[in-house]
Each structure stands twice: as structure tokens, then as C-alpha cells.
Design a protein around this ligand. Structure first.
Ligand code: HEC
Ligand code: HEC
Length: 300
């Protein structure tokens, strides 16, 4: 009887201890969470997730300048837009459609950050949106000079070589043509994985837009391809010069001589055949028994 009492008592203290430690753990996690959210302020989140395409003051990059956007649009609208701009456009929202038209149907990737983070970003944007009169000055001051205007023919050529892969990238990244196509006189058809870049220069807002993308590619496939192999600043400048030339030189833009789909199909098929041949060559040419048989023949 005594023994039993003791085990029950032990059990009770055990349970008590366990719930205390669980409680402590919960508090600890909660504190960590709060701390984490606080540490990641709006500016840092903006830089990390939006800064490649947007600026707050200073003009357009890939996407619009977001200065004053929080007074122009409602919070509910902004939330919907950031999480799924395409869905909002397709729902028939007039503002969303107008922006999409203004930006030639350029797609803003859906952001997967939390609601709290999105709110923090817009709080940052609000606090950095000066009154209208002041913003005119800052916009004027921050205009980036059009670097591609000062590009030399050598730079344009280097940009073309980098695009085609005839000049390897200094850090070993893949050639752009493996994923992108440009319809231009004298160029071979490129990959179909990603968008055609023939008019990318004007579509993406010129120097600033393209250098933003190449400096820190915001598209998963491209991020992956250049993760440990960043494109150098000099290479970026040359590629911009090349894209600028191709974009401006309308008479020499042309539909590719070969249907790119067909071309891609042929490429894929030849790779497949090569692979099959390789495997076929490495097959065991004789049965094991044949080897044993030969050995025995030799030892006779
Ligand atoms: C890959 C580039 C890219 C990234 C990254 C990006 N955006 Fe955009 N954003 C765009 C483009 C392009 C548009 C123009 C509309 C369109 O064509 O989809 C746009 C439009 C917007 C608009 C609408 C502006 C208006 O006038 O109403 C808001 C708001 C916005 N973005 C907020 C954000 C926020 C916040 C982030 C980061 C969490 C972000 N964007 C990340 C490219 C981007
Ligand atoms: C591994 C494949 C891959 C490689 C290599 C690659 N890209 Fe991309 N790129 C993509 C994908 C995927 C996108 C996302 C949007 C799309 O489908 O075009 C993209 C988007 C872009 C965009 C924005 C296009 C637009 O109109 O919205 C530009 C500009 C661009 N790449 C330039 C380049 C340049 C210049 C190079 C070579 C230095 C390069 N890319 C190499 C896959 C690649």
C-alpha cells in the first residue's frame, strides 16, 4: 500500500514537472517568435523581397515606384495584390487591370511572406513616402544616367558573346541562351524555358530594371542557376548594352528562322538518342558464363 502511494505521488510530481517544462517551452518559443518579427523590420523585408524590382522614390525599376502607394490604394487591396497579383487582375479589378496594361502584362511574382511582414513593408513605404511636393525633388535628384548610351561597340559585342555563351562567364554561370531566346538577325534560336528577351530592355525599364534582375535574379530558376556564380558588374553592363542594341534596332529583329518549338524538340530528341547510345555501349557484351568458360579454356 505504501509503495503504491509513493508511485502515485511520484507520478503526480512527474506530471507536474512535465507540464511546467512544456509551459516554459511554449513561452520561450513565443518570445523567440516576437523577437524574430521585431528584428525583421519593414525596411529589411522590403530590401530582401521587393527591392530588386521596386524603389520608394527614385523612379521606376522593373515595377513601379511605390512611393505614396499606401495612400493611393486600400490595405485590403494591397494585401491581395502582393499575395496574388494575377488572381486580382483576373478577378476583373479595374486598378489591377490598369497597372497590368501599363506594365505590358509583366508579371509580379506572388509573394509568400506572412501578412505581418507585408504590413511591415507597407509601414516602411508609408514612412518613406514624403508629401507630394517634396517627392518631386527626390525623383529629380535620383534619376540614373542611361549607362547603355555610353556603351562602346566592344561592350555590345561582349554582351552578345555572354548571351550566346561564346564567352564564358567569369564565375562560371550558364549562358543566357540556354533558357532565353532573342529574335535578332544572325542569332541562333535560344531556350524556351524563360521569356523572350528581344524587347526586354524597354519592357523592363532600361538599365536600372535589367541590372536589378541580373544583380540578384528574383526568379527561382534563375536564382538557382546563378546562386554561387554571380554575374559580375562588368558582364551585367555588357549584357545591358547588348539588350539595348537589340531592342532599339527594330529592322533587324526577326522571327526566328526555325520554329523554336521544333528546334527544341530536335535538340531534346538528339540528347535522348545520345544517352541511349551511351548506355547501349556500356552494356555487358557477353554473359558471365561466357567469361568463366573462356577462363577455363585458358587453364586447360
Ligand atoms: C520580380 C519583380 C517584382 C518583385 C520582386 C516585386 N514586385 Fe511589385 N510589381 C512588379 C511589377 C512588374 C509590377 C507592375 C504591375 C504588373 O505588371 O504586374 C508591380 C506592382 C506592384 C504594386 C502595384 C503598384 C500600384 O501602383 O498599385 C505593388 C503595391 C507592389 N508591386 C508591391 C510589391 C511588394 C510589397 C513587393 C515585395 C514584397 C513586391 N511588389 C515585389 C514587380 C515586382
Ligand atoms: C536556368 C535558366 C536561366 C538562365 C541561364 C538565365 N535565365 Fe533569365 N530568367 C529565367 C526564368 C525562368 C525567368 C522568369 C521569367 C520568365 O519566364 O521569363 C527569367 C527572367 C529573366 C528576365 C526578366 C524577363 C521578363 O521579361 O520578365 C531577364 C531580363 C533575364 N531573365 C535575363 C537573363 C540574362 C541576361 C541571362 C544570362 C546572363 C539569363 N537571364 C539567364 C531563367 C534563366
Amino acid at each position: 500500500m505504501k509503495a503504491n502511494n509513493r508511485t502515485i505521488q511520484n507520478l503526480e510530481t512527474d506530471l507536474f514537472r512535465r507540464s511546467i517544462s512544456q509551459f516554459a517551452l511554449t513561452i520561450f518559443c513565443f518570445a523567440l517568435f516576437i523577437f524574430g518579427v521585431k528584428a525583421q523590420n519593414g525596411e529589411a523585408i522590403f530590401k530582401q523581397n521587393c527591392g530588386v524590382c521596386h524603389r520608394v522614390g527614385g523612379g521606376r525599376m522593373v515595377g513601379p515606384d511605390l512611393m505614396g502607394v499606401t495612400t493611393k490604394r486600400s490595405e485590403a487591396w494591397l494585401m491581395k495584390w502582393v499575395k496574388g497579383s494575377q488572381a486580382l487582375i483576373q478577378s476583373g479589378d479595374a486598378d489591377a487591370k490598369a497597372i497590368s496594361v501599363e506594365f505590358n502584362g509583366l508579371i509580379m511574382p506572388d509573394q509568400t511572406i506572412s501578412d505581418a511582414d507585408i504590413k511591415a513593408v507597407f509601414a516602411f513605404i508609408t514612412s518613406n513616402s514624403a508629401p507630394a511636393t517634396a517627392s518631386v525633388d527626390t525623383v529629380k535628384k535620383k534619376v540614373i544616367p542611361d549607362a547603355s548610351l555610353t556603351a562602346t561597340p566592344e561592350m555590345v559585342q561582349q554582351g552578345e558573346n555572354i548571351f550566346l555563351g561564346s564567352q564564358a562567364l567569369a564565375n562560371g554561370g550558364p549562358a543566357c541562351i540556354s533558357c532565353h531566346n532573342i529574335d535578332y538577325k544572325g542569332l541562333i534560336p535560344g531556350g524556351l524555358l524563360a521569356k523572350d528577351l528581344t524587347t526586354a530592355y524597354s519592357r523592363l525599364g532600361g538599365d536600372a530594371g535589367i541590372s536589378g534582375i541580373l544583380g540578384a535574379p528574383p526568379f527561382p530558376a534563375m536564382t538557382q542557376a546563378y546562386r554561387d556564380k554571380p554575374i559580375s558588374e562588368k558582364e551585367i553592363t555588357s549584357v545591358i548594352a547588348f539588350l539595348n542594341k537589340v531592342d532599339k534596332d527594330k529592322p533587324n529583329q526577326q522571327a526566328s528562322t526555325m520554329n523554336p518549338l521544333l528546334y527544341g524538340g530536335i535538340c531534346g530528341l538528339s540528347v535522348l538518342i545520345l544517352l541511349i547510345l551511351l548506355i547501349w555501349n556500356q552494356r555487358k557484351k557477353h554473359t558471365v558464363k561466357k567469361n568463366i568458360y573462356n577462363r577455363q579454356l585458358k587453364s586447360i
